[in-house]
Ligand binder design. Structure first.
Ligand code: ADP
Ligand code: MG
Length: 392
């Protein structure tokens, strides 16, 4: 691959502008999930060990180009210092002389890049200003790489640039799963709607051997096949597009797997009375909320026949039991095959990651992408501007 890593540049004495994603969830002044902060640690340590000064560039929330005190990165300072085990100097108004005056073994954190509209506009003046603050640029924010902003894209054209450890890990895992994967490849695409994942489905049919369609979007495919799905979530106007995808898949030699049985209930409520039914036997006053056990058994066979799995979107309305069963059980099968060395498994997407955590198997997957939008756009086959700019 043509991008550089931390190992490819001499960093001693250099100020390394390091774009990270530390956009962590907060409850008042407390960071409720430090995952994103914890994940930048290898990059920070590796730069410092090589004699570089780490200057973190990051956004926080959606201040829409204005200074919003509640969205100051100042709030994440304590969690950052704790996770990195280092002093972090917060700089509200950065300048080269301020940054030069700070020591090499601490970390510098610059205020929210989105406090000016120039960031999201990818304004060349902002990129030039950011570039003037350091000597080299390290992008460790894969999850922000689908946006061409001054601190993710513009700056990379102005300084020698390289991928941080987390970015490197994401790119390698994704390349292994879709770029040049071990075949056969199965993709699982679930979730609520076809409309949000159209480009994804369209791209995947030409890349994978098996495409499993689950969740609410499977209902749309059932409708397209002339099946009445009662009160189920389905985008009836998308039926022609679903048929189109089926035709495209056939032409590309991709086998589509729809549910062979479903779980129906009158309401999406905890403890709602439910039963397993054939896909064409959803009562008119009920809705399909999950795939059934025969579907999971069929998926198990598909997973066993494949070497690579890529997964986005739950198979059912997993937030409420028992409609989490198909997602959890299929995830357990994938995790066990991965653990046995038989499958490379990569998953991503906000709800997908929480569904896999809920099933208790996230750690057994080969790779879980923490990037929501960037992961999806990458799966859609799009070029991520922040990654493209690293190719120099
Ligand atoms: P991700 O965030 O991983 O990309 P999505 O946001 O596309 O996933 O989809 C997740 C949502 O889909 C969940 O809220 C889940 O409840 C919903 N969903 C899945 N199956 C169904 C179904 N049969 N009926 C209604 N909602 C469903
Ligand atoms: Mg979601």
């Amino acid at each position: 691959m043509s991008w550089k890593t931390i190992d490819d540049l001499a960093l001693a004495g250099k100020t390394v502008l390091t774009r990270v994603d530390i956009n962590v969830p907060m409850d008042g002044d407390v960071v409720t999930d430090t995952t994103r902060i914890d994940k930048i640690r290898p990059t920070v340590e590796d730069i410092i060990v090589r004699g570089g000064k780490v200057v973190l560039l990051a956004h926080f929330g959606r201040p829409k180009g204005k200074v919003v005190p509640e969205m100051s990165l100042r709030h994440v300072l304590p969690a950052l210092e704790k996770s990195l085990g280092r002093k972090v100097d917060f700089v509200e108004r950065p300048s080269r002389s301020v940054i030069d005056s700070l020591p090499f073994d601490s970390v510098v954190l610059v205020e929210n890049t989105r406090f000016t509209p120039m960031e999201e506009a990818n304004d060349p003046e902002m990129a030039r200003f950011l570039a003037s603050l350091g000597d080299v640029f390290c992008n460790d924010a894969f999850s922000a790489a689908h946006r061409a902003h001054a601190s993710t894209e513009g700056i990379a054209h102005l300084l020698p640039s390289f991928a941080g450890r987390l970015m490197e890990e994401e790119l390698r895992a994704l390349e292994a799963a879709l770029g040049n994967p071990q075949r056969p490849v199965v993709a699982v695409v679930g979730g609520a709607k076809v409309s949000t994942k159209l480009e994804l489905l369209g791209n995947l049919v030409s890349k994978v051997d098996h495409l499993v369609i689950g969740g609410g979007m499977a209902n749309t495919f059932l409708v397209a096949k002339g099946i009445d799905v009662g009160k189920s979530l389905a985008e009836r106007d998308m039926a022609p597009i679903a048929l189109d995808i089926l035709t495209k898949a056939k032409a590309a030699g991709c086998t589509i797997h729809l549910p062979v049985d479903v779980v129906v209930a009158a309401a999406f409520k905890a403890g709602a009375e439910n039963k397993v039914a054939a896909p064409n036997a959803c009562p008119p006053d009920q809705m399909i909320l999950d795939a059934g056990p025969a579907t999971v058994a069929a998926l198990t066979k598909v997973f066993e026949s494949c070497k690579t799995l890529i997964w986005n979107g739950p198979l059912g309305a997993f937030e409420i039991a028992p409609f989490d069963a198909a997602t959890s059980n299929a995830a357990r099968v994938a995790a066990a095959l991965t653990k046995a060395g038989k499958l490379v498994s990569v998953a991503g997407g906000g709800d997908t990651v929480s569904a896999l955590n809920h099933a208790g198997v996230a750690a057994d997957f080969t790779f879980i992408s923490t990037a929501g939008g960037a992961f999806l756009e990458w799966m859609e086959g799009k070029v991520l501007p922040g990654v493209a700019a690293l190719h120099g």
